[in-house]
Design a binder for this molecule. Structure first.
Ligand code: OOG
Length: 264
């Protein structure tokens, strides 16, 4: 008989295979062959196993990311909870550098705000102030790449798939400041999208509180040196190489500066 642990390991293997092989895999929750209830608890266990496979290959966890922090995205998914995924060093895209689109399935870019932790966050301390653990803020771009066809997934599906995490670029760090309502522009080649950091739960600092709550519930460590991506400020733009020289990707957050890279 299959145990939940066996099932989590098998599902992590399936998603890992999809990511490393650049091949889509069908929704897990809608898969009639899944023998046990696939719920959010199991999905976070799958994510944990998935990260275990990556660290066993030599990657290290360098931070966390939030998803569904925009009200529009929550409404679209019919949920009221954020999702948390892990960032590894292999996902890093250098500011001003290039990223090879060949390693993704159908990537998209999202404009974000990043925070830097200067100390471990004490998940078990009910008086913990996560903002006190944050030392810096920066503009960021997240590359998301669902391992499911057409980004069609359930809430549990996307949690298991490490919340579509695939890459991220961070601009220059500034000392922590109020980022409640800053203009945001993302350009991907000739496409652009504008918005405000207010779309991130009203204020990205609120996303940090939601992160603390979720990390407590899911026992996800938040450690000194970790980067936190607070979630998208606008809808995502598809990331494709539009010219032989590649596509310039640039995100500017008012007062925080610009981060850019070329997708080839
Ligand atoms: C899930 C990840 C969404 C965000 O900021 O809302 C996300 C997806 O849409 O693939 O990162």
């Amino acid at each position: 008989m299959h145990t939940t642990d066996d099932e989590a390991a098998a599902l992590a293997g399936r998603l890992d295979h999809a990511q490393t092989g650049c091949r889509e895999t069908p929704s897990i929750e809608r898969d009639p062959a899944i023998g046990i209830a696939f719920d959010v608890d199991l999905a976070y266990r799958v994510q944990e196993e998935l990260i275990g496979l990556r660290t066993a290959r030599g990657e290290s966890v360098v931070g966390v990311k939030l998803g569904f922090t925009s009200k529009a995205k929550m409404a679209q998914m019919g949920v009221s909870d954020v999702i948390v995924g892990r960032l590894t060093d292999a996902m890093t895209v250098a500011n001003g550098g290039t990223v090879d689109l060949g390693k993704f399935i159908h990537p998209k870019a999202e404009p974000e705000v990043a925070y830097l932790l200067s100390r471990d966050v004490r998940l078990d301390d009910p008086n913990e102030d996560i903002l006190d653990a944050v030392s810096a803020i920066a503009p960021a771009v997240e590359v998301i790449d669902s391992r499911y066809p057409d980004f069609a997934f359930t809430y549990a599906d996307v949690v298991a798939d490490n919340t579509s995490a695939a890459g991220y670029a961070i601009g220059e760090w500034s000392p922590l400041c109020d980022a409640a309502d800053l203009d945001v522009t993302l350009r991907v080649g000739a496409d652009s999208v504008h918005g405000s950091t207010a779309a991130i739960l009203g204020d990205p600092a609120q996303a940090l509180l939601a992160l603390l709550d979720m990390c407590r519930r899911r026992r996800i460590p938040l450690e000194a040196g970790h980067v936190i991506l607070a979630g998208a400020a606008t809808a995502a733009l598809p990331l494709t190489a539009s010219t032989p020289d590649g596509t310039d990707v640039q995100c500017t957050v008012e007062g925080l500066g610009t981060v850019s890279f070329t997708a080839v």
